[in-house]
Design a protein around this ligand. Structure first.
Ligand SMILES: Nc1ncnc2c1ncn2[C@@H]1O[C@H](COP(=O)(O)OP(=O)(O)OP(=O)(O)O)[C@@H](O)[C@H]1O
Length: 253
């Protein structure tokens, strides 16, 4: 088997905020290795440092201590290796799907033909062909998330950070989007770090699941999910994994 490449390495990343009420530790000594093209899920309770951890990985927040390595080089501050997809898509309502998706390369000064071709490729990949000229207000919640994913891919990031992207969707749309995301990832593999507080979603998506403790966020357990895809959420092996994780956390199933 080919040797796996470590894309990201976190070494004892800690974040402490100094608030008027005193010190508040959001993330405690998180050490992790993330392999190239891995689908890694961060699972844990709400308000518990997962977003803070993503922001540190993106270089948007400085850690209080600890180090972060990208391809074994230490990184401090912002860097262009990540794309982000959030629950709130942050689409510009006055711009069409195409204009939203091509915005990153446009800001970077890429010529119109090249960036449009790439944006079109990812609009097609996420299943939105024919909606290039639609405005966000004309799209459903799931479709807006597809635009968010196309926008992130069009920026060509090495790593995609996804912060509860499907958390606001109804259950049926959420299941459909999970399948879509796996389909997209399998067609064009990137390293994905996906945050959720939903055990079933974590087990459905992840190659590995990092389970976090209550505040401050610290790594409690790491699970390898060695189940073939597409996964079946009523398969006995799947249900077993769900139960094992549920027994190790207060998160609801
Ligand atoms: N700039 C800040 N100053 C003080 N506290 C902060 C700051 N940013 C985040 N926090 C605190 O850190 C904690 C962790 O927040 P974070 O957003 O990472 O949680 P989360 O695990 O992503 O939760 P959720 O799933 O609800 O989004 C929260 O209690 C939050 O109030």
């Amino acid at each position: 088997m080919a040797e796996k490449k470590i894309r990201l390495r976190l070494d004892k990343l800690t974040k402490i905020y100094h608030t008027p009420e005193g010190e508040f530790e959001a993330v405690h000594e998180v050490s992790l290795e993330v392999q190239d093209r891995e689908f890694l899920v961060l699972l844990g309770p709400g308000h518990c440092g997962k977003t803070v951890l993503l922001n540190m990985i993106a270089g948007l927040e400085a850690p209080s201590s600890g180090s972060f390595y990208l391809d074994e080089k230490e990184v401090r501050g912002s860097h262009g290796a990540v794309g982000m997809v959030f629950q709130k898509t942050g689409l510009m309502p006055w711009k069409t799907v195409m204009q939203n998706v091509e915005l990153g390369p446009k800001m970077a000064g890429e010529d119109k033909k090249t960036r449009r071709e790439r944006a079109k490729k990812y609009i097609d990949l996420v299943g939105l062909s024919g909606f290039e000229n639609s405005y966000p207000s004309q799209l459903s919640g799931g479709m807006k998330q597809r635009v968010g994913i196309a926008r992130a891919y069009t920026n060509n990031p090495e790593i995609l950070l996804m912060d509860e992207p499907f958390g606001a969707l109804d259950a049926q749309t959420r299941y459909a989007m999970e399948d879509e995301l796996i389909r997209i990832w399998e067609q064009e593999k990137r390293t994905i770090i996906f945050v959720t507080n939903n055990i079933e979603e974590a087990a459905y998506l992840g190659d590995r699941i990092v389970l976090f403790s209550e505040c401050p966020a610290r790594v409690k357990e790491i699970y390898e999910i060695d189940l073939p895809r597409p996964r079946n959420n009523v398969d006995p092996n799947f249900l077993h994994i769900r139960q094992v994780i549920a027994a190790n956390t207060d998160l609801a199933l």
